[in-house]
Structure formats: structure tokens, C-alpha cells
Write a protein that binds this ligand. Structure first.
Ligand code: SAM
Length: 322
């Protein structure tokens, strides 16, 4: 097992199945262009072999499938079929929910029981202007159907000053009523926002501001969360839970256990670091040749982690696997 001076090790792997996405969210991509999949993306088989090697080389026991938008990828079925056999403790998925209803049978067959759906507003016009695409009603219907089929739903919302702050309470109440756990994600200095401090600061909403807003409507108490959790969790007594992933306000780098694999075969040990390590060529090699080389790269990737706090990263989230 590879462990650093702070006692951190990789445990959670996030795979960006494809960098393609059917949205182009304003805070994720700068120019509104929906990104198509890169020509040199790994096959489903190579990505699944990557997961198998990383389970062995790094001690990964949790996998999150993300992107880009994982549900647009033709690799989804073959990839999930393969990783479902690997004895992982947990496999989950992050999606924008647009295709959730359509892909639900496939997800259920593959044993997915936890899904995070990104949803920034319940207002159809604001939805189209933030996501630059998509259809709100399809997302809500997909969540209803997944929930009815027994899938645990978390909703990810990025609060943005001037765009969706009026949606904090409607979205929280919507989630509490249905038993979904809402996660507010503080805006991160990623991609174009890492270069444009003004744009970042104009939109950024902090944990304290959110709690101030929520406190006007609900009582809440801080709730327990696992040691390597990224979210600060709160309970609204008798109603449910919500969380805040407070990258800026309550940094969690000291306990970060995340490793990311891009769809083109690059390992990223830290969102804040521009270092990345290519493993695509190792995935054609047999285990006894691949694992020693992989371990060397994992040590470098672990060394890329920030000591204390997230400081921003030039890569856009849909490439690195948000
Ligand atoms: N397409 C999927 C989805 O929409 O959930 C998965 C990929 S998306 C990049 C994953 C998450 O990253 C989404 O919840 C999105 O809101 C978040 N995200 C992207 N850019 C961000 C930023 N600059 N700050 C905070 N969250 C961001």
C-alpha cells in the first residue's frame, strides 16, 4: 500500500468514462462548446483493466463513474459489466440525469445503487442558461424513476451568485421532501475560473452564506461524516440531510483519498496539480509488468496532493472527471 507522510492513500477512484458531454455548463466549460469525445479515448476493456490494476496497486475499494457525461458513452455497458465483477466495496455514478430514465435498466442490472445527479436549479429557463442544453423535466423524471427503483439519490448543486441563489431553498425543500440528499458544491477555481479570479469571485458562494440562507428557513445540526468525506453534513431534524462540499471554506486535502483516471489514460492525484501520469500504455501489458510501473506512477501521483487546501487547477472538470 502506498501511503504519504500525512497518512493519505488512494482509496476512491473516479473514472472519467468519456470527456464528451451533452451539457456545457457555464462554470465548467468556458465557451459554450459541448466537448466531443477525444479520438484517443481508452476502450471500455482497457479502462476496466485499469480499474483492476489500480485495485491491486493502490488498494482502491470505491469507484465512481463520471465524466464528461458517463451516460452518453457507448462504453458504459461493457465497462460496468466488467467492473461489477471486481468485488469493489462500492460503485457509484455521477450524471447530469438527462438520460437517466433511459439508462436505468442498464444501471440497475449493473448493480448501481447510488447515483449523484447534478442539478443547479428547478427553474427551467435558468436551467437552460446554466447547462446550455438539456431538459429539466427529463432530469426530474429520471430521478423519480431511479428513486422508485430503490436507487439512493444525491443531488449536486453549485450555487452561483446572480444565477441560482434563489434556488437554494426550493431545491433543498424538493430534495428533503423526496429523501434525496442535496450537496451544495462551492464553486471551484477550475479551468477558465482558475485563470479569471474576477469571474470566480463574482459567482462564488461560501458555506457561511449558504448556512445563513438555510438558517432563515430551517433549523439544522451538524451531522456525522466519514473521516475522508469531502462534505460537511447537516441534519434538518425530522426532515433529512444536506451537505456542503466546501473546497474553499473547509478544505479537505489533509484527508483526501481520491485518485482520478481520465478517459485518455492519465492519472491525476490532485485537482489542484497540473501533473498527470500516463498509464494508457501499461494497460496492454500483463499484470506482472504493469503493476511495478504503476506503483511508481502512483507514488508520484500521491506526491501531487496539496498539503492543506485546494488552490485551483487549469484542467476543466469534464476532462479530469468531476
Ligand atoms: N456530467 C456529469 C454531471 O453533470 O454530474 C459528471 C461530470 S461533472 C464535471 C461533475 C460535477 O462537477 C458536477 O456536479 C458539476 O456541477 C461539477 N463541476 C464542474 N465544474 C465545477 C466547478 N468549477 N466548481 C464546482 N463544481 C464543478
Amino acid at each position: 500500500m502506498i501511503v504519504d507522510r500525512q497518512g493519505r492513500r488512494f482509496r476512491n477512484l473516479r473514472i472519467s468514462l468519456t470527456s464528451a458531454c451533452n451539457y456545457a455548463c457555464t462554470y465548467c466549460v468556458p465557451n459554450g462548446k459541448r466537448l466531443v469525445a477525444a479520438q484517443d479515448e481508452l476502450s471500455a476493456e482497457a479502462m476496466a483493466r485499469g480499474v483492476a490494476y489500480l485495485i491491486e496497486a493502490a488498494g482502491i475499494d470505491r469507484l465512481r463513474i463520471t465524466g464528461g457525461e458517463p451516460l452518453v458513452s457507448p462504453k458504459l455497458e461493457a465497462f460496468m459489466g466488467a467492473v461489477g465483477q471486481m468485488g469493489l466495496h462500492d460503485i457509484s455514478l455521477t450524471t447530469n440525469g438527462q438520460l437517466l430514465a433511459r439508462k436505468l435498466p442498464l444501471l440497475l442490472d449493473a448493480g448501481i445503487r447510488r447515483i449523484n445527479v447534478s442539478l443547479d436549479t428547478l427553474d427551467a429557463d435558468a436551467f437552460r442558461s446554466i447547462a446550455r442544453g438539456g431538459d429539466l423535466a427529463s432530469v426530474l423524471a429520471g430521478m423519480d424513476q431511479a428513486h422508485a427503483a430503490g436507487i439512493k439519490i444525491k443531488v449536486n448543486m453549485v450555487p452561483l451568485r446572480g444565477q441560482n441563489l434563489d434556488q437554494v431553498m426550493p431545491l433543498l425543500d424538493y430534495c428533503l421532501e423526496r429523501g434525496y440528499e442535496l450537496r451544495f458544491i462551492e464553486l471551484m477555481r477550475m479551468g477558465h475560473l482558475a485563470k479569471d479570479s474576477n469571474a470566480f469571485l463574482q459567482q462564488f458562494v461560501s458555506l457561511q452564506q449558504l448556512l445563513g440562507l438555510i438558517g432563515e428557513h430551517h433549523e439544522y445540526l451538524q451531522a456525522d461524516a466519514p473521516v475522508d468525506a469531502t462534505a460537511v453534513r447537516y441534519e434538518v431534524p425530522g426532515k433529512g440531510f444536506f451537505g456542503v462540499i466546501a473546497n474553499e471554506s473547509v478544505p479537505f486535502c489533509r484527508t483526501c483519498s481520491r485518485l482520478r483516471l481520465s478517459s485518455t489514460g492519465w492519472l491525476h492525484g490532485c485537482l489542484s496539480s497540473s501533473n498527470r501520469h500516463y498509464i494508457g500504455d501499461l494497460l496492454d501489458k500483463p499484470r506482472h509488468q504493469a503493476l511495478p510501473a504503476l506503483q511508481g506512477l502512483l507514488m508520484k501521483a500521491l506526491g501531487d496532493k496539496q498539503e492543506v487546501a485546494f488552490s485551483g487547477g487549469a484542467t476543466i472538470m469534464k476532462i479530469i472527471g468531476g
